[in-house]
Design a protein around this ligand. Structure first.
Ligand SMILES: [Mn+2]
Length: 250
């Protein structure tokens, strides 16, 4: 089986810088060549900088990416999307129109005798009390309902403001490293208990592959700085980096 896992594309819908546009082009080029390469594509959270399914409206800035996902499905590749901390307010659009499977917390599959566990990772950071409390509040069904009652232009303006303020709040590298220790520790625990051979997360934006006893923890990195992804081909796991000039992995 040929599996690809990507996360943290953080596709934006407002005020795109030239860098954002370059990243978007790179994502589309990657997905184009991925079309015929995989049996399963796992979108492991924070693909969209924000998602909301209004009753009649989708966010038009995502249209090129959505078309690409549609084409990948048409080519026969299964697509699973796992909730991230930016994209969690899903409705019926992805499953009904693109035939993408939505998973709220995690996704598990056994392929080529390898037990694979995938989750975004935001619930496994440590010393991240502020975010964990925010997460609880923002995911209340009432919050989703209130957001849905706002006019999309206003709601998305608000979302973009919040996203920008979270981006400009710079944690020290030490603090970030400490938070991400939680992801590694969680992966290590799952592997030690025999729950998984491969534990795969995103969220940290830091691509890495670490061996723990009988298995591996892999982080798929991001598409802001690293353009990295994980491939599991016939049971063998690897981190790859996409290079548009070569049109293939480097
Ligand atoms: Mn995240």
């Amino acid at each position: 089986m040929r599996i690809c896992i990507i996360s943290d594309l953080h596709c934006k819908y407002s005020k795109l810088s030239s860098e954002d546009k370059e990243n978007n082009a790179l994502v589309l080029s990657f997905l184009e060549q991925a079309k015929s390469k995989y049996d399963l594509l796992i979108l492991n959270g924070d693909i969209f900088d924000l998602w909301y399914d209004w009753k009649y409206t989708i966010i038009k800035q995502y249209f090129p990416l959505l078309v690409k996902l549609y084409e990948i499905r048409q080519a026969g590749c299964r697509i699973v999307h796992i909730t991230g901390n930016h994209d969690f307010w899903f409705g019926n659009f992805l499953p009904d129109y693109l035939n993408v499977e939505l998973k709220a917390e995690s996704f598990e599959i056994t392929a080529d005798d390898k037990k694979i566990y995938v989750c975004h990772g935001d619930t496994h950071t440590v010393n991240d009390f502020r975010y964990q409390s925010f997460r609880r509040v923002i995911r209340l069904p009432l919050m989703k309902k209130i957001f849905g009652l706002l006019h999309p232009d206003f709601a998305l303006g608000l979302g973009s403001m919040m996203s920008r303020s979270s981006r400009t709040r710079i944690d020290s590298p030490e603090l970030i490293a400490k938070k991400n220790e939680g992801l590694r520790a969680y992966a290590k625990r799952l592997i030690k208990r025999g729950c998984a051979d491969y534990v795969i997360m995103g969220h940290s934006h830091h691509p890495e592959l670490i061996q723990y006893e009988t298995g591996y923890y892999a982080n798929s990195g991001d598409w802001i700085n690293h353009h990295s992804y994980i491939e599991i081909i016939s049971g063998k796991i690897q981190i790859q980096h996409y290079n548009i000039n070569k049109g293939e992995t480097a």
